[in-house]
Ligand binder design. Structure first.
Ligand code: ARG
Length: 232
């Protein structure tokens, strides 16, 4: 498809995950995807000079879709890891993150990772938090992988799991919004990590995407978007 009036503009296929608050989530009124990542990619596209169609797919399917070339670019709070770098290209980092524990409010048994031994823990399939639990718990028999974070949070609130271990900004946002008064984050931040925009390996857009991110960071646009979703 060619964008109207710009014969040279390309329409790229961009994907995100249906829900990873506050990076990507559906606006219940309009049905549009909104969030930090959505505003970052819109600005990157404008500066890099591409149009895009946005679709959602489960996080777990994103890397395979980039690998087969069904998708050009993904933005989904995706952690830059060595294993993923072998399959896709990552932009320079655009968000510093880490992993954190979320427990029901008033639960005093679980404060640090070691307290999770033998407990029921919710984690998202295919995420770095799941890998981290598998690697760092002696007894990971209680780790339950969830396909979507909504189910995972429901499981925590209903008591089906004792804790959720997931990306710090996501659990923090949930604790301040829907989970307010019901759940709380505890303990330190684990495994400092950074999010990057993922591109199909060898993408000709990598340099433009990096240049767009750099200029947004320089002129304050990144900061404005950041503060809108995460506060000052
Ligand atoms: N940052 C973690 C990872 O890359 C989890 C990301 C989940 N993102 C999402 N949109 N559901 O594994």
């Amino acid at each position: 498809t060619l964008a109207a009036g710009t014969a040279s503009a390309e329409t790229l296929r961009v994907v995100t995950d249906p829900s990873f608050v506050p990076f990507e989530m559906m606006d219940q009124e309009t049905g549009e995807m909104i969030g930090f990542d959505m505003e970052i990619i819109a600005e990157v596209a404008k500066r890099a000079g591409f149009e895009y169609d946005l679709n959602t797919m489960d996080f777990n399917g994103i890397i395979p879709a980039l690998q087969t070339g069904n998708v050009d670019i993904a933005i989904a709070g995706m952690t830059i890891t060595e294993a993923r770098e072998e399959i896709v290209d990552f932009s320079n980092p655009y968000y510093d993150s880490g992993l954190r524990l979320l427990v029901p409010k008033g639960n005093d048994d679980i404060k640090v990772l070691a307290d999770l031994e033998g407990k029921k823990i919710g984690s998202k399939i295919g995420s770095t938090s799941y890998d981290f639990l598998m690697k760092n718990l002696d007894d990971n028999s209680g780790v339950t992988p969830y396909p979507g974070s909504a189910d995972m949070y429901l499981a925590l609130m209903s008591g089906a799991v004792d804790a959720v271990f997931y990306d710090a900004p996501n659990v923090g946002y949930f604790a301040r919004t829907k989970g307010s008064g019901k759940v709380q984050t505890v303990g330190p931040m684990y495994e400092g990590q950074q999010y990057g925009i993922a591109l199909k390996a060898g993408s000709e857009w990598l340099d433009e995407v990096n240049a767009a991110l750099a200029s947004m960071m320089e002129d304050g646009t990144y900061k404005t978007i950041y503060e809108k979703w995460f506060g000052p």
